[in-house]
Design a protein around this ligand. Structure first.
Ligand SMILES: [Zn+2]
Ligand SMILES: [Zn+2]
Length: 275
């Protein structure tokens, strides 16, 4: 089974996100667990969580088809004590919401270390992820690869490996690979999509891939930049992404579109389902 769909809005009510995905014939989807622009949001009410679960059931979505994305304010690698405290508190809150919604995996960016050594940043990010895994036993954390601008962690398989090896609760830690981020980081998913994935699987194994973000890229290979484009409209092109969606290892995990033109989502989903 292919779980393919976009990152949908939670505007007005988180339960409405499910219908938004279903209206596009998506077989999976992503969402934020709360307004991602604010540090604190009202707690998720039991009725809201119940409405979400009911909508999941009635639209036939299993929790493994859905990959919530943690808010961008969270910086697990930060050296700043105040930001670290706020990040941890929000990360715990979002992981708790993920569990309350009946979902099992939360996607997070490893963050930017800002100053000092990369290795210290890795230790801080891993420690925060560990703390969340320890506090919320029902969930898994998917660390998303990045294009690696500035001091942002997670742009190479080596760095992802360093993160994973610092996490004690590592049986519930894995990765999300974003094709646009791979390309920006210098992995040639256009020229050799299978080779890039094979090198990930040979290092981590198939079971560490918790999900993928299938995006085309506006910016060149190894640009260290992160600018998504609609499938087939960017520098990667449609074919390599379809090839990834067709691989045996990417069946049964969420394959999420974070592409900019919502009017193309329905076509993008259909094309990938047929790939
Ligand atoms: Zn992301
Ligand atoms: Zn992404």
């Amino acid at each position: 089974m292919r779980f393919i769909g976009p990152h949908v809005s939670i505007k007005d009510s988180i339960a409405l996100a499910v219908g938004r995905a279903a209206a596009l014939s998506a077989t999976g989807f992503a969402l934020f667990t709360k307004n991602q622009r604010v540090w604190s949001a009202p707690p998720l009410k039991a009725e809201e969580a119940a409405a979400f679960r009911k909508a999941m059931d009635s639209n036939g979505y299993a929790s493994r088809a859905v990959l919530p994305h943690a808010g961008y304010l969270i910086n697990p690698a930060t050296p700043d004590e105040d930001l670290r405290r706020k990040s941890l508190s929000l990360f715990l809150d979002e992981a708790g919401r993920t569990a309350d919604l009946g979902l099992d995996t939360l996607n997070i960016h490893p963050g930017a270390y800002r100053e000092g050594s990369m290795e210290d940043g890795v230790k801080r990010a891993a420690a925060m992820i560990d703390e969340v895994l320890a506090a919320i036993p029902g969930i898994r954390i998917a660390i998303e690869n990045t294009s690696g601008a500035g001091t942002i962690l997670g742009s190479s398989f080596e760095e992802l490996d360093m993160l994973l090896s610092e996490i004690r609760h590592s049986s519930r830690a894995g990765f999300t690979l974003d094709t646009a981020h791979l390309y920006g980081a210098g992995y040639d998913v256009k020229g050799d999509p299978d080779g890039v994935l094979d090198s990930f699987f040979s290092r981590f194994g198939k079971d560490r891939l918790f999900g993928m973000h299938l995006n085309d890229s506006k910016v060149p290979l190894a640009s260290r930049k992160d600018r998504h484009e609609s499938l087939g409209h960017g520098l990667i092109g449609y074919e390599p992404i379809a090839q990834i969606a067709g691989r045996e290892e990417t069946q049964g995990i969420p394959l999420i579109l974070e592409t900019p033109d919502e009017s193309l989502w329905k076509d993008e989903i259909r094309m990938l389902m047929e790939a």
